[in-house]
Design a binder for this molecule. Structure first.
Ligand code: IMP
Length: 434
């Protein structure tokens, strides 16, 4: 029962969309297991650019069943928009299943998200404003509404919604100075959602397990990144879910034995959106060089928010942490081509913390904030590598850089991406897509 996990090993935006798309060709089922419309996966397929937020990107392949797993939170209004855009591009949704256990993002969750950020002033997290935190808060507080609740008799649905709204409105009116939200309006919205969402609602748990039992290949498509994990990330500057292997198991409802490969997706340098410590961050011309101008969909500007991303050198300390935390078995390195033309490439191999060199990721954010990177400097390369398809055809310095990352992480690099298109990929072992 081959299950393949795709995990973002940094702060999100590692290029999981492309790697998922590449591997979806060999998958029968693709499952999203966490996050919601805060995610943004860009996929180039047959000359078109597709942007995914909530739908598993595997849907682009006609043979793939796409499942939205229980660990997600879903905004049906945004889902509708996303489906409309993809429908116009010819995507067929008969193979989409939405778990009934997914928690719903209502408009008041978005309002709460934005109002709480405004209220927090200088301590704001820099969220995507999509209602993610408040929806997961309602989930853990056990007052959230799930997709399956849309199918409840009217009176029961109204009672549950009223209970959730009383909390939301108390916060909005009395703490956040924002207007309350009306139950009638939310009921209206819920009825509309039920009308079109019902055919997609299914038992995702059984669908995933039946596929695994039949020997089918199931790809688990991660969203966000390890360092944004609610428990293990740079709390409080994190998302409200678990974009780690642990989150996959809970968010898709599978045991660890189903995973035969855990692929950590790592950008060849570091990026981050929103607030929080980032020891290897750089500024000035180098930052502009790494970020790009925003003219291309693959430049370092948020897919969901359009915000310029913070950029820096690869953080090897964080990478080792990520490998351990997720049980990563191999790495997919993305955007290696962006480093072409740099004279030297730096990689943080340790941190200096209060005068002492440390090689492990500090458990406390206050310590991380004081960490200064200890860099190893490697020679760069001048050649354009966008057309290279074999590891041995890469410039020697690029090969050395990849080998250096393997050494640092303690796991092999199996996939290297040298451009946004699916074919701009180097497979480092012959049987990787077998
Ligand atoms: P939230 O998930 O909208 O609550 O945002 C919390 C933090 O996670 C913010 O710093 C966001 O920028 C970051 N974040 C959430 N989703 C993504 C993503 O898909 N890529 C990169 N950063 C993300």
């Amino acid at each position: 029962m081959p299950g393949i996990a795709i995990i973002g090993a940094q702060w999100g935006d590692e290029g999981k969309g492309k790697i998922t798309h590449l591997l979806s060709g060999l998958a029968d089922v693709v499952v999203r297991y966490g996050g919601g419309p805060n995610a943004g996966h860009t996929v180039m397929h047959d000359g078109h650019t597709y942007k995914f937020h909530q739908i598993p990107s595997g849907i682009l392949y006609p043979h793939v069943q796409a499942i939205m797993g229980n660990g997600m939170v879903v905004d049906p209004d945004e889902l509708w928009q996303e489906m409309e855009t993809l429908r116009q591009a010819g995507v067929d949704f008969s193979r989409l299943m939405v778990s009934g256990n997914i928690h719903l993002i209502f408009p008041y969750h978005r309002l709460l998200d934005r109002s709480i950020e405004a209220f927090s002033g200088s301590q704001a997290i820099g969220t995507t404003g999509r209602g993610i935190g408040p929806a997961y808060t309602d989930k853990t507080a056990r007052r959230g509404l799930r997709v399956q609740d849309l199918l409840l008799p009217e009176a029961e649905l109204a009672e549950r919604l009223d209970r959730a709204l009383r909390f939301a409105n108390t916060l909005l009116e009395h703490l956040l100075n924002a207007p309350p939200v009306s139950l009638d309006e939310m009921m209206e919205r819920a009825r509309a959602w039920r009308r079109w969402l019902e055919p997609f609602i299914g038992d995702a748990f059984t669908a995933v397990h039946d596929a695994l039992a039949a020997g089918k290949t199931v790809l688990f498509e991660g969203a966000q990144g390890t360092l944004l994990d609610l428990d293990h990330g740079t709390y409080p500057f994190v998302t409200s879910s678990h974009p780690t292997t642990g989150g996959l198991l809970a968010g898709a409802g599978v045991g660890p034995h189903v995973l035969s490969r855990i692929i950590g997706v790592v950008k060849a340098f570091q990026t981050r959106v929103g607030s929080g410590p980032m020891p290897t961050e750089v500024h000035g011309p180098l930052a502009e060089r790494l970020r790009g101008t925003g003219a291309h969909p693959w430049d370092e500007f948020g897919t969901t928010t359009g915000r310029p991303r913070r950029v820096g050198w690869l953080d090897g300390v964080a990478l080792r942490y990520s490998v351990r935390l997720n049980g990563i078995t191999e790495l997919a390195i993305t955007k290696l081509d962006v480093l072409s033309g740099l004279e030297t490439i730096s990689v943080a191999v340790a941190y200096e913390l209060d005068g002492v060199e440390v090689e492990t990721f500090p458990a406390q954010i206050a310590s991380l904030e004081r960490c200064r990177p200890v860099y190893e400097h490697l020679p760069g390369w001048d050649e354009d590598i966008a057309d290279v398809r074999r590891f041995e055809d890469l410039p020697r310095a690029a090969q050395d850089y990849l080998r250096f990352i393997e050494e640092l992480a303690g796991v092999p690099v199996s996939i290297v991406s040298v451009g946004p298109n699916t074919d701009q990929t180097i497979l480092c072992s012959d049987n990787i897509l077998a």
